[in-house]
Ligand binder design. Structure first.
Ligand code: 9MJ
Length: 669
């Protein structure tokens, strides 16, 4: 009886370990989550009924053991290294030269390139395949024992897979918190009124430095392994990438972006690729790491103090910097929203010099506790607008000043109102306010709206400031002479703008609705409205209730649409635009299901020659198709233009039908 139970528990554990491996390492789960949960519950209830059968390596033990009183120290059997940094191409080439000199070779060096995760380095020791100890890096010689916490991370195998692993295997890697998990964790903390973490790195560090592993178990932590420490027996492989491949077969997850290349130029290309992909990765990185791939060469190169001579971290420009908040201005947006903009002492961050950053709204200013005169953290990630993250309270001067919301619009002097429950304060001036007018016209002319080539934001500001236009409709009365007389505008540019204005007059109903700039009506909603009604007069006449019949239109958006068409100045502009010759095709809507491409999902990739991707998207949608940004099993067609990349590869992998541009044109016609 007892033997039978023991067998049952062992089999369950093996099954769960195997499923963990398929899920976390191979990325190929073979059972749904619900089935995994069922196996886990079965094991839990058997262990609860027979506590004597519980073992340390049981997958049920990840939920966290009893809290510790303090952390024990762990002596690393081989020191945990740090990395030297290169902040420029020059420094990188100097590194490569040193490697060549020391190895006495003029041949290209093979480097293994890895994203540099911004987390916490840990060393995990397996004996006879079982996880026995985990430690932080500490000072490289001595770290802290965090075995209890590391055990809670699902991605860390408690038991290695296979048979050919050495008796002692120490692996090193970086524990991190994926961006999505970090956002969710902070959101939860905010709802509970608890302290939030400044960034995923701090969240990961805070989670690992818990004495109570039950807290760690609740945190979405992950790990990638990138090296080894103490290993018994024969070397695992002759190269660094060989070692990584090997440990992966035992269930230790390595970063899928890792690549081995020849020569330092190829390393720089890798750097550029990863920098480009950075925003799309689900974890934060602060650079890439290059390691001489050949282990014999690594040995020859050796170390300087605690950093290896065979590896270097090529850092990305910092995304966060400190600077001084000198003043705050309020910018007025298209719908009148007042956005507080921080005027900063210029600072180099995320690869550019930043002197303005958004403070979002008054609630955020209070939450972040920011005063004028404060030293603040500025963040610029990718192409996102720079923002003030927080202030450094220790550095607050005595005369720091509170930021106050103006009572009158800084542009037109109208009252500033703040609706109950809304974070945004708004100028009540509507199109009387030049700032709102400018933004409305910019929106009207933008690529996704009327797509008026050559008519940039700056030019629109000048035209409004010089009183040449009051509304979007006035754009169509501009003359060659008026345009030519503007500063820095030649005869040819003026001609081009007039030609684009003429060209955009023939448009579509959905573009026109989007271009009107109704609050909360984006491209997709505009398209839904156009398809649902077919005629603008019907949209204009619809009640709030009727508007809610349109897909994706809820009560708030319906209210915005309804009130937009009840304001006389908006009606006047629509009339004026029609008078200027703006036209679009109108027809009674077809039932969605009748549209020829209803139910089909397309993904567009690469460059199309005959039409822009925007146009292709609009035409496909008009025929009832859905256009998605990523390829999956549910995709029906991938349209591949020139220089199509990973989406095309994915389509081929999944056996999704691929259309050329000609094929698309045939389909559309
Ligand atoms: C990180 N942080 O991703 C190393 N690292 O190698 C990678 N760190 C490292 N390698 C030797 N990918 C010391 C540190």
């Amino acid at each position: 009886m007892k033997d039978n139970l023991e067998k049952q528990v062992t089999i369950l554990r093996q099954q769960i370990h195997a499923h963990n491996h398929r899920y976390y390492v191979l990325d190929e789960p073979t059972i749904p989550d619900s089935e995994y949960d069922r196996l886990m519950r079965e094991l839990q209830s058997l262990e609860a009924a027979h506590p004597e059968l519980v073992t340390q390596d049981s997958p049920t033990q990840r939920v966290g053991a009893e809290p510790l009183k303090s952390f024990n120290q762990v002596q690393h059997s081989l020191p945990m290294l740090s990395l030297g940094n290169a902040f420029s191409s020059q420094e990188l080439h100097a590194f490569d030269k040193r490697v060549h000199d020391r190895l006495d070779t003029s041949l290209d060096i093979s480097y293994t390139c890895e994203p540099k995760l911004d987390g916490l380095a840990v060393s995990i020791r397996y004996e006879k395949g079982y996880l026995v100890q985990a430690a932080t890096r500490g000072d490289g010689q001595t770290g802290e024992d965090i075995t209890h916490n590391i055990r809670t991370i699902d991605m860390v195998p408690l038991q290695l897979i296979g048979r050919d692993f050495p008796d002692v295997l120490e692996v090193r890697g970086e524990v991190f918190m994926p961006k999505a998990g970090f956002t969710a964790l902070n959101k939860k903390a905010e709802q509970l009124g608890e302290k939030t973490f400044a960034n995923p790195r701090n969240a990961a560090a805070g989670s690992l430095r818990q004495l109570d592993p039950r807290v760690t178990a609740q945190r979405p932590l992950a790990i990638y392994f990138y090296g080894i420490g103490d290993v018994s027996g024969e070397p695992l492989a002759p190269s660094h990438h060989g070692v990584l491949q090997k440990i992966q077969t035992w269930g230790l997850r390595i970063n899928p972006e890792i690549k081995t290349v020849k020569g330092i130029k190829a390393c720089e290309a890798y750097y550029a690729d990863i920098l480009q992909a950075r925003e799309k990765l689900d974890y934060e990185i602060d650079g890439v790491v290059y390691k001489v791939d050949d282990l014999a060469s690594q040995e020859t190169l050796g170390f300087v103090s605690r950093a290896p001579r065979f590896a270097i971290a090529h850092k990305f420009p910092a995304q966060e910097e400190l600077t001084l908040l000198e003043s705050v201005d309020f910018q007025v947006g298209r719908t009148g929203t007042l956005t507080p903009v921080a005027r900063l002492q210029p600072v180099f961050v995320g690869g550019v010099t930043v002197s303005n950053a958004t403070l979002h709204n008054m609630d955020e200013i209070i939450r972040k506790d920011v005063l004028i005169g404060d030293t603040v953290i500025v963040r610029r990630a990718g192409d996102v607008i720079p923002e003030v993250v927080s202030s450094i309270l220790d550095k607050r001067p005595k005369d720091a000043k509170k930021i106050t919301l103006p009572k009158a619009c800084p542009v037109c002097g109208s009252d500033v109102l703040r609706a109950k429950g809304e974070a945004a304060a708004r100028c009540s001036g509507g199109l009387y306010c030049p700032a709102q007018r400018k933004e409305a016209i910019k929106h009207f002319a933008a690529r996704k709206a009327m797509d008026i080539d050559g008519l940039g934001d700056k030019l629109i500001e000048i035209l409004v400031d010089e009183n040449k236009i009051q509304s979007a409709a006035d754009l169509f009365s501009l003359t060659q002479e008026q345009l030519e007389n503007l500063e820095r505008m030649g005869e040819k540019s003026a001609k081009n703008i007039l030609a684009s204005l003429e060209k955009c007059k023939q448009t579509t109903l959905s573009r026109f609705i989007y271009a009107l700039g109704i609050r909360e009506v984006g491209e997709a909603t505009a398209l839904n409205l156009a398809q649902h009604y077919g005629f603008i007069k019907d949209i204009m006449a619809a009640s709030v209730d009727e508007l809610q019949q349109v897909s994706d239109v809820g009560p708030i958006v319906a209210q915005h649409i309804h009130s937009f068409f009840r304001q006389s100045h908006n009606l006047e502009i629509i009339e004026a635009l029609k008078k200027q010759g703006l036209t679009w095709h109108e027809a009674a809507p077809r039932a969605q299901g009748d549209l020829p491409l209803a139910g089909k999902t397309f993904v567009l990739t690469g460059t199309l020659q005959g039409l822009s991707r925007q146009e292709a998207k609009a035409q496909l949608q008009a025929l009832g198709a859905k256009v998605s940004g990523s390829v999956s099993k549910k995709t029906d067609y991938v349209v591949a233009g020139e220089a199509a990349g990973s989406k095309l590869e994915k389509a081929q992998e999944l056996g999704v039908e691929v259309l050329t541009e000609d094929g698309l044109q045939k389909l559309l016609s």
